[in-house]
Design a protein around this ligand. Sequence first.
Ligand code: PLP
Length: 405
Amino acid sequence: MSDTTDDFVEQAKKVLIGNYARLPTVMVRGQGHLLWDKRGKEYIDLFAGFGGTILGHCHPALIKAASDQAQQLWAVGNTFYTEAQVRLAEKIEKSAFPGRAFFCHSGLEANEAATKLGRLRHGGDGKKWKVVSLNKSFHGRSLAMVAATGNPAVKAGFDPQTPGFTQVDLGDMEGLTAAVDDQTATIMMEPIQGEGGIHELPLQYVAEVRKLCDAKGITLHYDEVWTGGGRTGKWYGHQHFLDAFGKVLQPDIMTLGKAVGGGLPVGIMWAKPELAKLLVPGKHGCTLGANPICMAVADAVYETIEKEGLLAHAAKLGDHAIMRLRGEKRLAGVVKDVRGRGLFLGLELTSEPKDLVQRGLDHGVVINLTQKNVVRIAPAINIPTAAWDEGLGRLVETLATLALS
Ligand code: PLP
């Protein structure tokens, strides 16, 4: 390996496909909410690897779960029962609505499984097969999920698009109702759009969508790949949506990814039992899905969040940050909106600074930019309060440089 960062970046470019807009920084070590690069510079990580390292880097409980499992049993395929996946599914059952689990490696795979199940519900014979999703959504990079994603840039270059997918605007109930027809199998939404710039579904809209799905026999699928696993201060983003009696407005299927693996590749489709039972042998599968090491780590993620009271911690830190950032005088004229829930926050900027993430690194903080002008903040939810305050301070310093440029 090359000694210097510049040499290493050159070495990497010779062997890696350039499909990611990588910064010329080489991360070599992480501990909790901290990262260190090859030059020895330390960063507060406020983005947790696109939300994956929900408990930070190298959490002792996750290391123990992975190494205990690694010494006991690796992959045997799904011809057999294995233990950790059942422990994990029982934890999801306890934290969500009654359902059954299918395990895979990624968010997009979980979404594919949900889309297939939406068709199976109606016999899978082509009578009901279409999907309506939202503009500004993101659901993954397979051909079907590109078609489901409401972002022209994600679709570009991949025509003809997979048929059967349409998008409407978030909150436009009339548009949604008009887009649904007798062949619609599934309505698919993120409780809070992540790539789209941190936009939460309005409660009234959620209630009406649920009613529409019930009336038309449509499967309501929440893509909780960003919002599931404690990020928003509840186990799942949809648990913020309550009806007049305080009951959670449940989907029929939710999909999980990112956080639930704690940084390892885990995707989950969680479906109500009456739907789940349709996925009989031969209809779907995944060779390494539910592999014991990933399952043991995911189980430890759930256990640790519960044991360390991290849902309440995330909710408290998020509320505190929204108040602080909204009141921050140095951000006047730079930030026009601060929004989000728990530790999933968006700051909409008045400009489109291409170099913002690099400016953050220069100030010792890892942040992200989406939609050209929305700063996304999604740290590990066990970040200590003092580190969170320090990280927000560095974020403010970074954004304040925009006022000067
Ligand atoms: N769904 C949502 C809401 C996402 O944000 C993403 C990825 O960012 C995906 C699905 C795809 O997940 P993965 O990259 O694990 O396939």
